[in-house]
Design a protein. Structure first.
Length: 366
């Protein structure tokens, strides 16, 4: 059985660090925590779990800090987590089994990252990350903001998921790092333009975000999946500034890179037609969003809402407007399976039950 070193970087994580460590302390063989300047009780909490607590001065470079944490690992494999990550009970069991059965010739194991969870426990954002890597390969982190672990060799995809349980968001922190890169005259990669666009969009700078996404798309280099979502996110920016025709053009532009439709695109195109009250066209795209198969081996972003409750809820609205109350009720119930206490869905349920009941009564009388 292989051994595992947990490596983490932390700063002012007193609210969440113990919660994270409690989910992995019985699985990993070593815990290494690098503090980058906490002013709260983070270090004291860390020392309750391990005597391997180290210090590194924060230099606005996540990759540098993560690489520092990896230096202290002594076991066969390195697992990394953020302080606001957890392993849910089922994923703890999956990781234990993986540890017991892992072929030691494997260089890296990817795991799902459930980066967002709604109030009903539905995953809102998921993607894969190289999460468990062989220490002897000396893999390095790259990128000072949205960093990535440069991994190669024998890589396997697992069904283990790490779940992000964020309690707060550092508004503008990553945006500031990118702006400092620009001020220094750093050359941006396609990846930089994509993630800078994301930061601009999330902070409401939609015109600047569109420009950054365009730069990503126009560069021949770069991961094709980033270009897919550059188109989709650019469309969202156009929607926010009320340029709906450019919005839908950007959505169709994404097909040049994805080759086949994605639920995230289909649901947005459905909403475009729904706003135009072209309910038949909207229904086509919403139904397609629910019918597309998910890819276990997909590495890029997946937003499950766009293939589950959201298109079903919109189908409910579309069919209601077409006076097809049976289908409207059917799709509302599909949405309710994911969001059982959603006030809008419950309102629809009550309204439609009266409509469906009246419709059945009229059918009997006729």
């Amino acid at each position: 059985m292989v051994s595992i070193s947990l490596c983490m970087i932390v700063k002012n994580e007193e609210e969440v660090l113990a919660r994270c460590l409690d989910t992995v302390k019985g699985i990993v063989d070593e815990i290494n925590i690098v503090d980058t300047g906490s002013s709260d009780t983070t270090v004291e909490i860390a020392k309750k779990y391990t005597d391997r607590v180290f210090y590194f001065e924060w230099i606005d470079d996540f990759a540098a800090a993560r690489n520092e944490s990896f230096k202290y690992a002594t076991k066969d494999y390195i697992l990394y987590l953020d302080a606001d990550d957890v392993l849910l009970d089922e994923d703890q069991e999956k990781l234990r089994k993986l540890k017991e059965t892992l072929d030691p010739t494997v260089d890296s194991v990817s795991m799902y990252y459930n980066a967002g969870i709604d109030e009903y426990g539905n995953v809102t954002l998921q993607y894969r990350r190289n999460r468990l890597v062989k220490r002897s390969r000396n893999f390095k982190w790259k990128g000072d903001c949205h960093q990535y672990l440069e991994v190669y060799g024998k890589i396997i995809n697992s069904d283990v998921a790490v779940t992000h349980k964020k309690t707060s968001h550092s508004v503008g922190r990553n945006l500031s790092i990118y702006q400092k890169k620009l001020e220094r005259g750093d050359v941006f990669t396609p990846r930089d333009y994509f993630y800078y666009g994301n930061e601009l969009r999330e902070n409401g700078h939609y015109h600047e975000a569109i420009d950054s996404y365009e730069k990503n798309i126009q560069m021949k280099e770069g991961w094709v999946e980033d270009k897919v979502y550059a188109c989709i996110n650019k469309a969202d920016c156009y929607r926010h500034i009320d340029e709906v025709e450019k919005e839908v053009s950007s959505l169709f532009e994404s097909f040049q890179y994805s080759k086949t439709p994605r639920p995230e695109t289909c649901s947005r195109i459905g909403f475009y037609f729904q706003r135009k009250r072209d309910f038949h066209s909207a229904i086509f795209w919403y139904k397609l969003a629910t019918e597309l198969d998910s890819d276990f081996n997909k590495w890029s972003f997946t937003y499950p809402a766009y293939s589950t409750w959201y298109p079903h809820l919109q189908l409910c609205v579309c069919y209601y407007n077409l006076q097809d109350f049976d289908k409207s009720y059917y799709h509302n119930e599909k949405a309710r399976a994911y969001r059982p206490d959603d006030e809008k869905i419950l309102f629809n349920k009550e309204l439609l039950e009266s409509k469906v009941g009246k419709h059945l009564l009229e059918a009997v009388e006729n």
